[in-house]
Ligand binder design. Structure first.
Ligand SMILES: NC(=O)c1ccc[n+]([C@@H]2O[C@H](COP(=O)([O-])OP(=O)(O)OC[C@H]3O[C@@H](n4cnc5c(N)ncnc54)[C@H](O)[C@@H]3O)[C@@H](O)[C@H]2O)c1
Length: 272
C-alpha cells in the first residue's frame, strides 16, 4: 500500500521553489528521497531552501531562473540534467498577484494599468506554459512524468478586486486540462498534469488584502474569507503536502487533468 506513494530517487523541478508554498513542497519532496531543483528568480531564496534541505540530509540544487524567459529556462534545464540526469516531476509554482493589478477604492477597474494586468497574466499563465514546454519535452521524450500547476480559488469563481489574477488562474486551470489531454493523446498515458487550488493561505502575496498594515488587524475581506471557510482558519503550507504527494505518486496513476481544491471547504460553501 505504502509503495504506491514511494518517490525515492525521483527528480523534481520546482519553479518558485523559494516562495512560501513551494519551499514547503520542495522540503517535503526532499524528505521523501526526491532530488529537488529549486528554481527561482530570487536566487538567495532558492539557496536558503537548498541549505534547509541539505541540513536535513536531502539532495537539492538552487538554480536561478526567470520563468518568463525561455532561454533562462533552457539554461536551468541544462543545469538540472547535468546534476540529476532527468526530470520526473515539474511543479509550476511561480505565480502571484500585485496591488497595482487589483481594483480598490483608490484604483477603479477602469484605471488599472495595462502593464499591471499584463504582469499578472504573464507570470501566472506564460510562467506556467513556458516551463511546461521546456521540462515537459523531457517527459514527452521519455514517455513519463508528472506536472503540477498552481491554480487558485479565484479560478473556480472570480474573487472581487483581483481581476487579472482571477482570469489568469482560470487560464491555469484550463491549461491544466488542455495539457493533460495533449500529453495523454500525443505522447504517453504516463504523463499526467494536475493542479492544486489552494484556498486562503496567509502569505506575502495576499497579506495586503487580509491584514490592515496600519493596525495589524484582520481586514473586512480577511474576516469575510474566514467566515466563508467552514474549517475556520487560513491554510498553512503543510496543508498542501498530502495532496501533492498523492498527485505526484503512482497512487494517482489514473488521475490527470483535474484541479484539486485544498481549501477548508471554501469552494463547497454557499454562504448559508
Ligand atoms: N498564498 C496563497 O494563498 C495562494 C493561494 C492560491 C494559489 N497560490 C499560488 O501558489 C503559488 C505560490 O504562491 P506563494 O504564496 O508561495 O507565493 P510566493 O510569492 O511566496 O512565491 C512565489 C515565488 O515565485 C518566484 N517568482 C516570481 N516571479 C518569478 C519569475 N518570473 N521567475 C521565477 N520565479 C519567480 C518568487 O521569487 C517567489 O519565490 C503561486 O502560483 C500562487 O499564485 C497561492
Amino acid at each position: 500500500m505504502d509503495n504506491m506513494f514511494d518517490l525515492k530517487g525521483k527528480v523534481a523541478v520546482v519553479t518558485g521553489g523559494g516562495g512560501v508554498l513551494c519551499s514547503e513542497m520542495s522540503i517535503a519532496l526532499a524528505e521523501r528521497g526526491v532530488k529537488v531543483a529549486v528554481l527561482d528568480r530570487n536566487e538567495a531564496a532558492a539557496r536558503a531552501v537548498v541549505a534547509d534541505i541539505t541540513r536535513r540530509k536531502g539532495t537539492a540544487i538552487a538554480v536561478p531562473v526567470d520563468v518568463l524567459d525561455k532561454k533562462s529556462l533552457e539554461n536551468a534545464r541544462d543545469e538540472v540534467l547535468k546534476a540529476f540526469g532527468t526530470v520526473d516531476i515539474l511543479i509550476n509554482g511561480a505565480g502571484g498577484n500585485k496591488p497595482e493589478a487589483t481594483a480598490s477604492d483608490t484604483m477603479s477597474f477602469f484605471d488599472i494599468p495595462a502593464e499591471a494586468i499584463q504582469w499578472v497574466f504573464n507570470l501566472n499563465i506564460i510562467g506556467t506554459i513556458l516551463p511546461t514546454q521546456v521540462f515537459g519535452k523531457i517527459m514527452a521524450d521519455r514517455g513519463e512524468g508528472v506536472v503540477i500547476n498552481l491554480s487558485s480559488m479565484a479560478a473556480f469563481k472570480p474573487l472581487t478586486r483581483t481581476v487579472a489574477y482571477s482570469a489568469a488562474k482560470a487560464g491555469v486551470s484550463n491549461f491544466t486540462q488542455w495539457m493533460a489531454v495533449h500529453f495523454a493523446q500525443n505522447y504517453s498515458p504516463n504523463i499526467r498534469v494536475n493542479a492544486l487550488a489552494p484556498g486562503f493561505f496567509l502569505t506575502t502575496q495576499n497579506e495586503y488584502l487580509l491584514i490592515d498594515k496600519n493596525t495589524g488587524e484582520r481586514t473586512a475581506r480577511g474576516q469575510q474569507i474566514l467566515d466563508h471557510t467552514p474549517v475556520g482558519r487560513y491554510g498553512v503550507p503543510a496543508d498542501l503536502i498530502g495532496t501533492l504527494i498523492w498527485l505526484v505518486s503512482d497512487a494517482a496513476k489514473f488521475v490527470t487533468g483535474i484541479v484539486v481544491p485544498v481549501d477548508g471547504a471554501f469552494s463547497a460553501y454557499a454562504g448559508v
